[in-house]
Design a protein around this ligand. Structure first.
Ligand SMILES: *[C@@H]1O[C@H](CO)[C@@H](O)[C@H](O)[C@H]1NC(C)=O
Ligand SMILES: *[C@@H]1O[C@H](CO)[C@@H](O)[C@H](O)[C@H]1NC(C)=O
Ligand SMILES: *[C@@H]1O[C@H](CO)[C@@H](O)[C@H](O)[C@H]1NC(C)=O
Ligand SMILES: *[C@@H]1O[C@H](CO)[C@@H](O)[C@H](O)[C@H]1NC(C)=O
Ligand SMILES: *[C@@H]1O[C@H](CO)[C@@H](O)[C@H](O)[C@H]1NC(C)=O
Ligand SMILES: *[C@@H]1O[C@H](CO)[C@@H](O)[C@H](O)[C@H]1NC(C)=O
Length: 345
């Protein structure tokens, strides 16, 4: 494992102070540093550290002073599905220097929302950084997916997203690795002012639906300086998304950069002001793509794609207004009259 300078600095900090109040030189306000270990986490990759994580979050999020919540370096914390809620009292920094690892078996989700693993709701002002890794251990999920397993029983329901933010504001995720997600690696639903930078998002080329970064109903988003190599879209956006900047991305293998699918189940989706530039796409099935379902409504406008280099890309530019991801006849394309509205500007 490669350790970044930030991670080694953290190790020193963690070793020196543990749980303590730090006064950063030059900064006026005090900050509280909490680590998972302070809350009883074991960090051997086997023990169940979920409760410690939840308790640490509760303490850090409720702190009257700006808090740094650290996942210590050189250790692995196994975390079952968690729902962490904001808003926090102050800005919070989740410093992931070590590894957060999911349970390997989908059976562990029995009785829980199958679409969630690390689910963070309603935060305002959270930064995630630290040079560490979030490992979704998706292998068994992929093996059971009907997209891969052609015999019954197979799983048609969407697996959990690895790190999923909903209703968030001012969130930045920078300088960590997200790997082997059961489904999307990093996703934002109904978020504004989002930054996702200096990330590695990695899963095998044949892992189903493992999009790198997925946006839904989100605006003012910057996705820059990321290395994305997965089994599905490197970046995808659906719903009403606007003011999205995608820059300096290395993408591939994977399915490319996608706007849509829009208008699923006759919904109205409006995507506007999207800039995608300075990207290198290698070994991807698609390059840049806009896809909408038949019968959907809305528009995709003011989109600009420039300075995109593609190597070994099967379909460099696609605008597909009859998108369907199931075997034909596509459920979406049955029963909708030709008169249904479908507009992509
Ligand atoms: C791990 O801990 C969490 C939180 O206490 C709990 O919900 C989950 O069921 C535990 N998992 C196992 C396998 O015990
Ligand atoms: C997008 O979010 C809406 C709720 O805001 C939800 O109904 C829809 O299923 C989501 N779409 C995807 C692809 O996640
Ligand atoms: C998206 O925008 C359209 C038109 O502005 C609106 O009708 C629709 O409800 C919006 N969808 C969501 C999930 O906000
Ligand atoms: C789309 O509509 C069909 C039929 O009404 C429903 O079974 C399905 O769950 C809907 N899908 C989504 C993503 O909302
Ligand atoms: C092109 O990409 C495909 C899919 O990733 C890969 O199987 C193939 O070997 C690549 N070809 C070359 C010439 O790189
Ligand atoms: C593209 O595919 C070729 C052939 O499989 C491989 O040699 C090359 O390393 C791949 N490039 C990337 C960036 O994945």
């Amino acid at each position: 494992m490669v350790r970044t300078p930030a991670a080694s600095v953290l190790r020193v900090l963690v070793a020196l102070v543990g749980a303590a109040v730090l006064c950063f030189s030059g900064a006026a306000e005090a900050r509280v540093l909490l680590t998972l270990d302070d809350f009883g986490a074991v960090g051997d990759g086997i023990a169940n550290d979920t409760q410690a994580f939840v308790d640490a979050w509760t303490a850090a999020c409720g702190s009257e002073e700006q808090a740094v919540l650290a996942v210590p370096v050189a250790k692995a914390y196994r975390i079952w599905p968690v729902q962490l809620a904001g808003p926090c009292k102050m800005k919070l920094n989740l410093l992931i220097a070590g590894t957060i690892v999911a349970p390997a078996s989908p059976d562990e989700w029995a009785g829980r929302d199958p679409m969630k693993w690390l689910y963070i709701y309603g935060v305002d002002g959270l930064s995630v950084s630290g040079g560490g890794t979030i490992d979704g251990v998706g292998q068994e999920w992929w093996a059971r997916s009907c997209k891969r397993k052609k015999t019954q029983p197979c799983n048609t329901r969407p697996p959990p997203r690895a790190l999923h933010f909903e209703e968030c504001r001012g969130v930045s995720v920078q300088g960590v690795t997200l790997q082997n997600g059961p489904q999307f690696h990093l996703s934002f639903t109904r978020c504004v002012d989002v930054k996702a930078s200096f990330l590695r998002l990695v899963a095998p080329a044949d892992s189903p639906n493992t999009d790198g970064i997925h946006l839904n109903d989100s605006s003012r988003v910057q996705i820059t300086d990321n290395l994305i190599s997965t089994g599905d879209d490197c970046v995808s956006m659906v719903g009403n998304c606007s003011d999205v900047r995608v820059r300096d991305i290395s993408c591939g293998p994977g399915h490319g950069i996608s706007i849509g699918s829009l208008g699923k189940n006759r919904t109205t989706d409006r995507v506007e002001n999207v800039r995608v530039d300075t990207c290198l796409l290698t070994n991807t099935t698609n390059g840049v793509r806009i896809k909408s379902w038949q019968g959907g409504m809305g528009s995709a406008r003011d989109l600009r794609f420039e300075s995109i280099v593609m190597k070994n890309v099967s379909n460099p530019i696609i605008i597909d207004q009859y998108y369907c991801d199931q075997p034909t006849p596509c459920a979406n394309q049955v029963g909708f009259a030709v008169s249904s509205l479908n507009r992509t500007e």
